[in-house]
Design a protein around this ligand. Structure first.
Ligand SMILES: CC(C)(COP(=O)(O)OP(=O)(O)OC[C@H]1O[C@@H](n2cnc3c(N)ncnc32)[C@H](O)[C@@H]1OP(=O)(O)O)[C@@H](O)C(=O)NCCC(=O)NCCS
Length: 169
């Protein structure tokens, strides 16, 4: 998907070095689940690219600028009774912050979901204090729905999780 300043495209072998360079940053990892490693090693990058290129994982995309992966955005479908919901996740390498890449990727993924899936809602969980991400979502047509009070334990701290949602139009 061509989004102007960047593209959303599947991961591919060869993305590992750039992925590691951008992902190895505590100011990114601190706002994500612990499954996003820190430090982010070459092995972590290789594992992610293998996973993202593997079967059954169609909804994870590289944010690409000039042929280089500079971030990631993806949808995780809910299961069981939550099968009409998806969670959106994203990050952008610090060198590319402030260029509006995340809102472009979020808007494109959500529009894609309405066209190609049966999801009724896409939501995101933002750790309290992550004002940059809250702005991305508000700018992309999400509203804050609720707060899961003390729902997150990250780096030794208990944090609220703010739930933002975009409903199928
Ligand atoms: C949140 C994130 C994806 C935003 O990506 P982005 O492409 O920079 O998004 P934007 O360009 O729209 O910038 C969003 C806000 O970040 C802030 N920002 C931009 N550049 C910045 C910089 N260099 N330093 C600090 N803040 C900056 C601005 O407040 C901006 O809002 P504004 O345009 O109203 O001033 C990115 O900061 C990131 O990857 N953070 C860590 C991972 C994360 O939080 N993921 C989401 C989990 S819910």
């Amino acid at each position: 998907m061509d989004l102007g300043p960047c593209r959303l495209r599947p991961f591919r072998p060869g993305d590992e070095a750039a992925l590691q360079r951008h992902a190895d940053d505590w100011d990114i990892a601190r706002w994500l689940r612990d499954s996003f490693p820190h430090p982010y090693t070459a092995d972590d990058a290789a594992g992610w690219v293998a996973y993202a290129c593997g079967p059954g994982q169609p909804w994870v995309y590289a944010i690409d600028v000039g042929g280089e992966v500079v971030g990631c955005a993806g949808l995780t479908p809910g299961s069981d009774v939550f099968c009409r919901s998806a969670e959106i996740g994203y990050w952008v390498g610090r060198a590319y912050w402030g260029r509006g890449l995340a809102p472009l990727a979020v808007r494109a993924l959500v529009a894609w979901a309405w066209r190609n899936t049966a999801f009724e809602r896409v939501h995101a969980g933002v750790f309290a204090g992550n004002a940059r991400s809250a702005k991305v979502l508000l700018r992309s047509g999400f509203i804050q729905e609720s707060v899961r009070r003390r729902g997150v334990y990250k780096a030794g701290r208990v944090l609220d999780e703010e739930i933002y949602v975009c409903l199928r139009p």
